[in-house]
Design a protein around this ligand. Structure first.
Ligand SMILES: *Cc1c(COP(=O)(O)O)cnc(C)c1O
Length: 392
């Protein structure tokens, strides 16, 4: 893509120009340079499952795609059977009862839902409480709606949970949306029931919509299974949850996800989406129904692989890097020695070892001082990369 530079009247809008610059340009440049010189590159930068989508899901798609009735515009909110399958998953996995007609909405990936939500529920000038470091779409979607992100630092000494009590009253008065994400990208942290209870009490006390991003709900290695925020009493009046097939079923390319929770918020998001998109390809929804029907076995298989890789990273980096606790997700979060800049560290490590890690600064100002290591590479290549990091 060409660089965005607006000269004259034609070109990028202010809201696009105001997006933070792509922080990995320098890493990409060094990566290409090394690859061109014949160096072997181990890319542990991206969080995108290398494991294939389960064959039975691909077969369900193929069968559905042969049915011409799937070729027409889909049901924008999601097929009734899709929404029922989501509700059945929530009942089975979390013990949460959802009304498929009003408390489930299909999304074209949860990024789509997260990005559009502020346009559906915020007015210009409202504040969004955004965890930092965090998934960049929480902030960009907020600014697209003319609203303003207020960053909540996630600090290691707090287990990478935000300190909701530290938010000033002046901010609380204007805040209307709070994003949370556990199991967490990029820190790998998990949250327990007490935290969710506090968060729901906080949100309901201040009239703030809580949007919980549960993209990694099934990828935990330690502690109890992760929670849905909707397990907390009162949550369906205060919260919605974004969930996705992407990470737990190895389906990032399929663009299929869903939002659940407070019905009038989902109705607003659905109404906005009706004017933006026309929903998820019906054949993909049918494949999603198939995936959900066998979620336990798919999750167990994936988790076995990820657990082996996580253990390999934890053991391999010990004594060499300061790896934060790694109880969940695909991400190892490495603390750098005080004063070392994450961009410089990533470049140095790449030049020394050929291993690509993501500078923490790319996830927000409080990500500075950290590197993210993703375990979505084949296990033998990951093992080799960890060996190179060890020797560096
Ligand atoms: C990957 C990811 C998502 C988005 O997944 P989709 O593919 O858009 O469903 C959402 N949130 C977080 C934190 C992620 O890491």
């Amino acid at each position: 893509m060409a660089a965005i530079e607006s000269t004259g009247r034609i070109g990028a809008a202010d809201r696009v120009q105001a997006l933070p610059p792509y922080l990995f340009v320098e890493i990409d440049r060094v990566k290409k340079e090394l690859a061109a010189s014949g160096r072997e590159i181990f890319d542990l930068g991206i969080g995108d499952p290398d494991l294939p989508t389960p064959a039975f899901v691909v077969e369900a798609l193929a069968a559905a795609a042969k049915d011409p009735s799937t070729h027409r515009y889909p049901d924008g909110a999601g097929l009734p059977a899709f929404r029922e399958a989501v509700a059945a998953f929530y009942k089975d996995r979390f013990g949460v009862t959802l009304d498929p007609a009003t408390e489930v909405l299909a999304l074209i990936g949860s990024k789509e839902g997260i990005g559009h939500l502020p346009l559906a529920v915020l007015n210009p000038g409202d504040l969004t409480l955004v965890p930092d470091p965090g998934y960049p779409v929480y902030s960009s979607g907020t600014t697209f709606a003319g609203a303003i992100p207020h960053l909540l630092p996630l600090r290691r000494e707090n287990g990478f949970l935000p300190d909701l009590k530290a938010i000033p009253d002046g901010v609380l008065n204007k805040a209307r949306l709070l994003y949370l994400n556990y199991p967490n990208n990029p820190t790998g942290a998990i949250a327990g029931e007490a935290f969710y209870r506090d968060a729901i009490a906080f949100a309901s006390r201040h009239g703030i919509l809580l949007c919980h991003d549960a993209a990694y709900s099934e990828i935990t290695y330690e502690g109890p299974p992760s929670m849905s925020v909707l397990q907390i009493p009162g949550a369906r009046e205060t919260a919605i949850e974004m969930h996705s097939f992407s990470k737990i079923f190895n389906m990032t390319g399929w663009r299929c996800a869903f939002a659940v929770g407070r019905a009038d918020v989902l109705a607003a998001l659905g109404k906005l989406k009706n004017n933006m998109d026309s929903g998820v390809f019906t054949a993909v929804q049918r494949a999603g129904i198939a995936a959900l029907s066998r979620w336990k076995e798919v999750v167990a298989g994936n988790l076995g692989t990820y657990r082996q890789r996580r253990d390999l990273v934890v053991a391999g980096l010990q004594g060499k890097f300061d790896l934060c606790p790694f109880p969940s997700t695909f991400y190892g979060w490495i603390a750098l020695p005080k004063g070392e800049n994450s961009g410089d560290a990533a470049r140095r490590i790449l030049q020394q070892t050929g291993v690509v890690l993501t500078p923490g600064r790319g996830f927000g100002e409080n990500g500075e001082g950290y590197l993210r290591l993703s375990i979505t590479s084949p296990t033998d290549r990951l093992a080799r990369a960890v060996e190179l990091l060890r020797q560096s």
